[in-house]
Design a protein around this ligand. Structure first.
Ligand code: CO
Length: 191
């Protein structure tokens, strides 16, 4: 798949809840390949960004599947971890704020509160149980992607925060967006 297959706001499917997948469902293989190819195609045209992760809903498939990059710092490494029916079983370590973007939210970054650490339970493509203890950027990415499966986007956490929205300029710097002008009444972001 190509980057054009990634759906973006205001597509209402992004606000829907994804459905559980049965264990060892072999039809997931194609879905996972499509998610990876769409993510890699997206980042090809983005000099300052990496496709860190994707949820199936972002290619318009409402099954509870996410893929997460194995190495966020190296665009040449194209390996992803697949998590099926992922669930946050514990959030801990306090709340941290950091910048976040989303392939389905074009042109807007946010300063988003997340748990510093999470424990996640899921299963892998073969149906085996996976447990992850994560912190830092990986913990953030997991919370962001698992939110997609409930129809929640990062902008929903900061909706009323006037100083939490940014855009990326041509040199890869995050620049604050004027809330009243670009965010408050933005019909793409809000229903
Ligand atoms: Co996202």
């Amino acid at each position: 798949m190509k980057k054009e297959h990634i759906i973006t706001l205001p597509n209402p499917h992004l606000r829907q809840k994804s459905s559980k997948v049965s264990r060892g469902d072999s039809s997931l293989h194609q879905l996972i390949n499509n998610m990876i190819s769409a993510t890699l195609d997206w980042e090809k045209s983005r000099p300052h960004e990496i496709g860190a992760a994707l949820a199936a809903v972002q290619i318009d498939d409402l099954r509870r599947v996410i893929i997460v990059r194995s190495d966020f710092d190296n665009k040449d490494s194209k390996d992803f971890t697949v998590l099926i029916n992922p669930k946050i079983i514990k959030g801990e370590g306090g709340i941290m704020y950091d910048h976040e973007g989303c392939l389905s939210v074009q042109g807007v970054y946010g300063l988003v509160p997340r748990y510093a650490k999470v424990r996640v339970k899921a299963f892998d493509e073969a149906g085996g149980e996976v447990r992850i203890k994560a912190e830092g950027f990986l913990a953030r990415v997991l919370q962001h992607e698992i939110d997609h499966l409930s129809g929640t986007l990062f902008v929903d956490y900061i909706k009323n925060q006037t100083d939490a929205f940014f855009h990326l300029n041509e040199t890869g710097e995050l620049i604050g967006l004027d809330y009243d002008e670009h965010i408050a009444q933005n019909s793409i972001l809000w229903d």
